[in-house]
Design a protein around this ligand. Structure first.
Ligand SMILES: NC(=O)NC(NC(N)=O)C(=O)[O-]
Ligand SMILES: [Zn+2]
Ligand SMILES: [Zn+2]
Length: 449
């Protein structure tokens, strides 16, 4: 074997097909050997004894808000935080950037911004909004991962929600273009009517907000999206499903032959409505956090493999937008992109005994397969990009405000004690994060789908 660039020795390696003790040989950014007692010389050797070597996270759902709203986060701080959490590839959502990513002009602006600032690899979602049906083809040519639509108010003026006609037509076109459509599924009719009812009666507490976005509003929208997917034959991905009942609808439709999958997020798996009532604005999101019973059933569906991907839905905003005595007016979005691994390890693996191998699929190989990423991103195996997260599963730590690498040090996970410290993140064979520090310049590359 020729000299390696990097040898990761003695770690517990979590591959898509099993967990094993093995060495990983890396050359030219790729995994070239994965076997025990690898005999080779290497430029750099990482002693990984006692550590788990997990796949680098592929997070299919982040809002880094650049260009246009970089003061909310931006690629620089967003990707530093993500890399510190073991992240190596993210898909940026089309909204909260300004202009939103709904045509080639806005796509190219985002690509320019990310190229010089992203520490890790990236792909982009295109938006599906009223009025941009004729721009979907050019976005597909640029290589977006799919088209994202909102079925309820997005909270942002420049990204309008779709009516059923636009969603249906968008699906027809996406199918022709070989792309999937992803939806934020909450019924606009139900949430708007309930919100109006509460707000006009002066009822604007956290509890009122939760009651204005009930599980039924999510289920109604999921069902409608499934109907349209059945009618058009378009591949559908429901993002941030918050409860087991939502996953059940999707699993049933899949059984009937629909090409449909769903995502859930660490916050629905680790926080409940009690937490948002206690913590307030940092834990506001849509769909909102749910009661414990909904979370328990969500975990059951995750364990059974009915959820396909887990994405952070990192959606930060300046602290001032989190300050309002009217909870309906507070910015909805949770900052969490830095802690997906410790949260899943602690709540999923340690507490609920979910196999690491299964958890790792939700944040790497399943994402790569569902979004038809290039072969090199399809998991920890010989021939793949060497995208790795070295994690100390035993190391317990308390998430602290000042450890957060976000532009704004706010997160509902602050104060939470977790296991699974990420000690090193490797992107295409190069360390980007090591022993608590960012150790690389922005070297992220666009991954075209
Ligand atoms: N405009 C947003 O970033 N919205 C996001 N906000 C959440 N989930 O609270 C989302 O994904 O819907
Ligand atoms: Zn959403
Ligand atoms: Zn989102």
């Amino acid at each position: 074997m020729p000299e390696l660039d990097m040898l990761v020795r003695g770690g517990t390696v979590v591959t898509p097909t099993g967990v094993k003790n093995a060495d990983i040989g890396i050359a030219d950014g790729r995994i070239v050997a994965l076997e025990s007692a690898l005999q080779a010389t290497s430029h750099e050797v990482i002693e990984a004894k006692g550590l788990h070597v997990l796949p680098g996270l592929i997070d299919a759902h982040v809002h880094f808000n650049e260009p246009g709203r970089a003061e909310w986060e931006g690629f620089e701080t967003g990707t530093k935080a993500f890399a510190a959490g073991g992240g190596t590839l993210f898909f940026d959502m089309p909204l909260n950037a300004h202009p939103p990513t709904v045509d080639v002009e806005s796509f190219d602006l985002k690509l320019e911004a990310a190229k010089s600032k992203a520490l890790v690899d990236f792909s982009f979602w295109g938006g599906l909004v009223p009025g941009n049906l004729d721009r979907l083809e050019e976005l597909a040519d640029r290589g977006v991962v799919g088209f994202k639509a909102f079925m309820s108010n997005s909270g942002i003026e420049d990204f309008q929600s779709v009516d059923d006609h636009t969603l249906r037509e968008g699906m027809k076109r996406a199918k022709k273009l070989g792309k999937l459509v992803a939806v934020h599924a909450e019924s606009d009719a139900m949430t708007e009517e309930l919100s109006r009812k509460y707000v006009s009666a002066g009822k604007t507490s956290i509890r009122d907000y939760l009651d204005s976005r009930p599980i039924e509003a999510e289920l109604e929208a999921i069902q409608r999206a499934l109907g349209l997917a059945g009618e058009t034959g378009c591949a559908l991905h429901i993002v941030h499903v918050s409860c087991g009942a939502g996953v059940l609808l999707i699993a049933s439709a899949k059984k009937l032959g629909l090409d449909v999958t769903c995502e859930t997020c660490p916050h629905y798996l680790t926080l409940t409505e009690e937490d948002v009532i206690r913590l307030g604005a940092v834990a506001k999101c849509a769909p909102p956090l749910r009661p414990l019973a909904a979370q328990d059933s969500l975990w059951e569906y995750v364990k059974a493999g009915h959820v396909t991907t887990i994405g952070s839905d990192h959606s930060p905003a300046p602290p001032t937008m989190k300050l309002n005595s009217d909870f309906f007016k507070v910015w909805g979005g949770i900052s969490g992109v830095q802690h997906t691994w410790p949260l899943l390890i602690t709540e999923g693996h340690v507490k609920r005994r979910v196999a690491l191998e299964l958890l790792s699929r939700f944040v790497s190989v399943n994402v790569a397969e569902r979004f038809k990423l290039p072969q090199a991103k399809k998991g920890m195996m010989v021939g793949s990009d060497a995208d790795l997260a070295l994690v100390d599963l035993q190391q317990e730590f308390t998430i602290g405000g000042t450890d957060l690498l976000y532009r704004h040090q706010q997160s509902p996970y602050v104060g939470r004690t977790v296991k699974g410290q990420v000690v090193q993140t490797v992107l295409r064979g190069q360390s980007v994060f090591k022993d608590g520090k960012i150790v690389s310049k922005p070297v992220g590359q666009f991954v075209k789908v």
